[in-house]
Design a protein around this ligand. Structure first.
Ligand SMILES: Nc1ncnc2c1ncn2[C@@H]1O[C@H](COP(=O)(O)OP(=O)(O)OP(=O)(O)O)[C@@H](O)[C@H]1O
Ligand SMILES: [Mg+2]
Length: 545
């Protein structure tokens, strides 16, 4: 904690979090070094999360947080000057300044927020196997299914695609394992080529899919899939948008919840460019009930979690885990969580006492404090904190009162939520599912032998649009930069646009028909609609045009 600056407000470099003997700040430039908020139930974790989220948003950093109990939604409404808040503010020598933050609500079930969808392909076999609770053999078969889909151009978008594909790779007893007299024989053969795919294993996966469907997983897989840039917005005042994932219902399926959030982190990790250590994070991600992520996680998944946490820092993303006790988090991950807020822990049983001792050991000691003792004495909204300072060393642990948040504490009403959703910047973008031709339809057509040329064209067009959207979206930060660079006299804009065209050509080949070429070019250019108009000619120089 910086000792020189005693003013209790945010500065350009730091967020004011609370006050003990001296103020405690979270340094924005070290915000991507991750963090941890812990404490027993009712001790103030969610409010501390809100205080941090408000600080990041004020500094222009977009935030993503899962709202397990609905009580984080209050961040979207102006804070009420209730007695306990005014009292806390005055005890800390603060003036309470009510405020509210631009918020977008997301909901896997599409009920209390915009739907969040991913395609089956994006989720990938590792995470899907975790969602479905598969064993190694079953996961192996799922891997085979993904590989067969890839090799045969069968796009896996939603659940019915995956089901249809699994049906297609089942050995057919009537025709023999490698039956060769029907339309799906080649798919079956391809699958058997990767090892023994048995009917029983596929049957188990299908049954697990049913469980996931019953939990609402059907809604999650589909299109339009989420574009992560929609999380990275700032509002018209330049403040970071607060993205809240409504998670009360999702939490009833803890595996779905934790795998889904891990998927989001992996997507961020894969899609964002390297930025090193930026002056403030590009996005801050709060992961509540984080222990669920680590519960019985197989080694491959643990390795993935560790890798994402370790490497996402240099993409400018800070991850803040929220859980009851630091020992819920494996050591390798814990060691990477630099900014710490520890609320009270109870020490009734020997197991509790062990947990308190372990929690105390994770802090840099302060000779003036008996950390283990203080952890059990902390009041509501009071915490032991240690934020990173200087070039990234943890500050000595301090006992502080956490400041009151500026927005409302507690849930909003359904009417307030509706009003916010009506003004949402992504209104209408995700609200309706689009069911385009994919594995299910392709396999059906194979069986029916009706892959008519016109339909094939339409399917190709849709696929081209889908892939182009992904390529453009993943590249547009660079395309934009390069296009603008070109504006200033360079020539890299054209080069980048050509790269996009080239990648599309690589996937699809150059369309022979002039009409199709024109359709594809128009669809690609449309994806650049948010570029300044003057840059469009650069894009129309792509090789698809
Ligand atoms: N910094 C604070 N300023 C003002 N009030 C606070 C603060 N921290 C906690 N409180 C009070 O304590 C209550 C409980 O806090 P909070 O909901 O954050 O606990 P929690 O640890 O998230 O609990 P749970 O584990 O049940 O989710 C809040 O509703 C609020 O009244
Ligand atoms: Mg809470």
């Amino acid at each position: 904690m910086a000792k020189s600056d005693n003013k209790m407000t945010d500065t350009d470099e730091k967020i004011f979090i609370g006050k003990g003997e001296q103020p405690a700040w979270l340094t924005l430039g070290l915000g991507n070094r991750h963090g941890l908020v812990t404490g027993a139930t009712g001790t103030g974790k969610t409010v501390s999360l809100q205080v941090m989220a408000e600080g990041f948003a004020r500094a222009g950093v977009p935030v993503f947080a899962a709202d397990i109990k609905g009580d984080l939604s209050g961040i979207s409404e102006v804070g009420e000057p209730k007695d306990f808040i005014l009292k806390r503010a005055s005890e800390m020598g603060l003036t309470f300044q009510p405020d509210q933050f631009s918020t977008v609500f997301w909901d896997v079930f599409g009920e209390q927020g915009h739907p969040v969808r991913a395609t089956v392909t994006e989720m990938g076999p590792l995470l899907l196997a975790r969602m479905l609770d598969l064993n190694d053999v079953q996961e192996g078969v799922l891997n085979v299914a993904f590989r067969v889909a890839d090799d045969n151009g069968l796009t896996l978008i939603d659940m019915k695609d995956l089901r249809a594909l699994l049906d297609a790779i089942v050995p057919d007893s009537k025709k023999g394992a490698n039956g060769d007299d029907d339309a799906l024989a080649s798919v079956r053969k391809a699958a058997q080529g990767f090892g023994n795919v048995t009917k029983a294993t596929v049957g188990t996966i299908q049954r697990q899919l049913l469980v996931l469907e019953n939990q609402g997983g059907t809604k999650f897989f589909g299109e339009p899939a989420l574009l992560l840039k929609d999380f990275m917005r700032t509002d018209s005042d330049g403040r970071g948008m607060v993205n809240i994932l409504v998670a009360d219902k999702l939490m009833q399926s803890p595996r779905l919840y934790s795998t889904f959030l891990l998927w989001m982190l992996s997507e961020l990790f894969e899609e964002l460019p390297e930025v090193g250590d930026p002056p403030k994070p590009k996005l801050v991600f709060f992961f509540d009930e984080a222990h669920l992520l680590f519960n019985d996680a197989p080694k491959a998944l643990m390795d993935k979690i560790e890798q994402v946490v370790r490497l996402i820092r240099s993409k400018g993303v800070g991850i803040y885990f929220v859980t009851q006790n630091p020992i819920d988090v494996p050591d390798k991950v814990l060691g990477q969580l630099g900014n710490r807020v520890q609320h009270a822990l109870r020490a009734f049983t020997p197991r509790d006492q062990k947990a308190v001792a372990a929690a105390a050991q994770t802090f840099r000691p302060n000779p003036k404090l008996d950390t283990a003792k203080v952890i059990t004495e902390l009041g509501k909204g009071e915490a032991l904190v240690s934020f990173l300072e200087g070039n990234g060393t943890p500050a000595m642990v301090e006992r502080v009162m956490i400041r009151p948040p500026s927005a409302r504490i507690g849930p909003i009403t359904p009417e307030e939520r509706q009003a916010i959703m009506n003004k949402s910047p992504v209104k209408g973008k995700y609200d309706t599912t689009v069911d385009s031709d994919s594995a299910y339809e392709m396999l059906q057509k194979r069986v029916a032998g009706t892959a008519a040329t016109a339909d094939g064209d339409r399917r190709d067009d849709l696929r081209h649009q889908r892939v182009a959207r992904k390529i453009v979206d993943r590249s547009d930060h660079r395309a934009k930069r390069h296009a603008l660079g070109n504006q200033q006299g360079g020539r890299r804009g054209c080069c980048r646009s050509r790269q996009i065209g080239g990648r599309l050509d690589g996937r699809f080949g150059r369309p022979r028909s002039g009409a199709r070429r024109a359709r594809w070019a128009a669809a690609t250019i449309e994806l650049f609609a948010d570029l300044p108009r003057r840059d469009l000619p650069l894009i129309s120089g792509t090789s698809v045009c």
